[in-house]
Design a protein around this ligand. Structure first.
Ligand code: ATP
Ligand code: LTN
Length: 336
C-alpha cells in the first residue's frame, strides 16, 4: 500500500508505433484506474533492447510513448510515469531474481519461443531472461495489481512464483501481485485480417491504425478494411470484419453494439466505415495535438521525467534495500 491505496504497475515497450488497439485495450483503461490506485506506468526501454534497436529511433520512440501516456490522460502528478532505464533498481533487483529463477521455468515461456523463432540471428540472454526483468519491475513497487493483456499472463505467473519462492525462504519480502485482465471485447482486430489482433509489429501497415496517423490515413485505412459480402450490419461472429468496426466505433464513443446496429440499420458498409473513421479521428486529433504541445515544451517534460524518476526510485530503493538485507548482502555503513 502507498498512501492507503493499492499499488498498480504496468508498462509498454517503446518498440513499434502504438496502435489504436494499444489505446483502446490498455491505455484508455489505465486512465480510469488512476483515482482508485497508486499507479506506476513505465516506459520499459530496457526490455526493448532484447531485440536489436537503432539508438536514435529507440530514443525517439521512448520519448513519444512518454508523451502519449500523458496526452492520453495519465496525469503525471497523480501517476508515476517514468523510463525504466532511469531507475537503476530495476536492473539491480533483476540480478537477484535471476538467482531465484530456474532455467526450466524460463524455457517454458511462449513469448521466448516465439521471439527466438522470429529473431533467430539474435537469441540473446536478455530475450531469455526478459520475464525476470518484468518480475523485477512489478515486485520493486510491492505491486498488488498488474493490468496486462492475456498474452502476458505467463510472465505474470512467473513473477508470482518468484515472489512466493522468496517469501517462503526469507519471510515476507514481496507482495504477490495479481493480474488484472481486460474484459473480452476490448480486443481490437487487424483491419486487414480480423482473425488476428491489431498489433504494432504487424508487417502490413494497413491492418493497424497508429495513434499518430493523420485523419486522411485513418479514413483510407477504414475504407479499405476487410469486410464480407453479406451486405447487412449486424454484430455477430459470422461477420468478424463488421464486428471489429462496430467494436472500434463503440469503444470510441461509448455506445453499445445494439445502439450502433440500430443506428446503421439499412445503411451500407461505406457509411459505417466513414463513421468509424470519424469517431477514431475525434479521439486521435486532440491526442496528437497534445503530443505536439508536450513535444515542444521541453522544460515541462524534463521536469516530469526527473520528478517521476525520483519518485519511482524512492519506492524502488526501499524494496531493494529490504531484499538486499534479507539475502545477506553486507550493510553499507553511513558516512559520518
Ligand atoms: P507487439 O506487436 O510488439 O507484440 P502489441 O501491439 O501486441 O505489440 P504490447 O506491447 O504487447 O502490444 O501490449 C501493450 C498493451 O496493449 C497490452 O496491455 C496489450 O494487452 C494491449 N494490446 C495490444 N494490442 C491490442 C489489441 N489489438 N486490442 C486490445 N489491446 C491490445
Ligand atoms: N512485457 C510487457 C511489458 C512489460 C510489463 C512490465 C507489463 C514490461 N514490464 C511489467 C506489466 C508489468 C508487454 O510486452 N506488454
Amino acid at each position: 500500500m502507498i498512501n492507503d491505496k493499492k499499488v498498480l504497475f504496468s508498462g509498454m515497450q517503446a518498440t513499434g508505433n502504438l496502435t489504436l488497439g494499444n489505446y483502446l485495450g490498455a491505455l484508455k483503461n489505465w486512465i480510469s484506474l488512476s483515482d482508485e490506485f497508486e499507479c506506476f506506468y513505465c516506459v520499459v526501454d530496457e526490455h526493448s533492447i532484447t531485440v536489436r534497436q537503432d539508438p536514435a529511433t529507440l530514443r525517439k520512440r521512448a520519448r513519444l510513448l512518454m508523451e502519449i501516456y500523458i496526452a492520453a490522460g495519465l496525469d503525471p502528478e497523480k501517476n508515476t510515469i517514468y523510463y525504466q532505464s532511469h531507475v537503476p533498481q530495476h536492473a539491480e533487483l533483476m540480478w537477484i531474481l535471476n538467482c531465484f529463477t530456474y532455467m526450466g521455468e524460463l524455457n517454458r515461456m511462449t513469448q521466448f519461443k516465439d521471439k527466438s523463432a522470429k529473431h533467430a540471428d539474435n537469441i540473446n540472454a536478455g530475450l531469455f531472461t526478459y520475464p525476470v526483468l518484468m518480475a523485477a519491475d512489478i515486485l520493486l513497487y510491492q505491486t498488488d495489481l498488474v493490468p496486462v493483456g492475456i498474452d502476458q499472463k505467463q510472465h505474470l505467473e512467473l513473477a508470482r512464483t518468484i515472489a512466493e519462492r522468496m517469501n517462503n525462504i526469507y519471510g515476507p519480502v514481496f507482495t504477490v501481485p495479481e493480474g488484472y485482465y481486460p474484459k473480452i471485447g476490448a480486443k481490437i482486430m487487424s483491419l486487414q485480417d480480423p482473425a488476428h489482433k491489431m498489433s504494432k509489429s504487424d508487417e502490413n501497415p494497413n491492418g493497424s491504425i497508429y495513434l499518430m496517423d493523420d485523419a486522411d490515413t485513418v479514413a483510407r485505412k477504414c475504407r479499405r478494411a476487410v469486410t464480407d459480402s453479406e451486405g447487412v450490419i449486424l454484430y455477430r461472429d459470422e461477420q468478424p470484419g463488421i464486428k471489429n468496426l462496430l467494436d472500434i466505433y463503440c469503444a470510441c464513443n461509448g455506445k453499445t453494439p445494439e445502439m450502433a446496429v440500430a443506428e446503421f440499420e439499412g445503411k451500407g458498409y461505406g457509411v459505417l466505415k466513414d463513421a468509424v473513421a470519424e469517431s477514431v479521428n475525434a479521439i486521435l486529433s486532440p491526442l496528437q495535438a497534445r503530443v505536439k504541445e508536450l513535444d515542444q515544451d521541453k522544460d515541462y517534460m524534463d521536469k516530469i521525467i526527473l520528478d517521476n524518476a525520483d519518485k519511482a526510485s524512492y519506492y524502488a530503493s526501499k524494496t531493494l534495500r529490504k531484499v538486499q538485507k534479507k539475502i545477506g548482502y553486507p550493510e553499507r555503513p553511513r558516512r559520518k
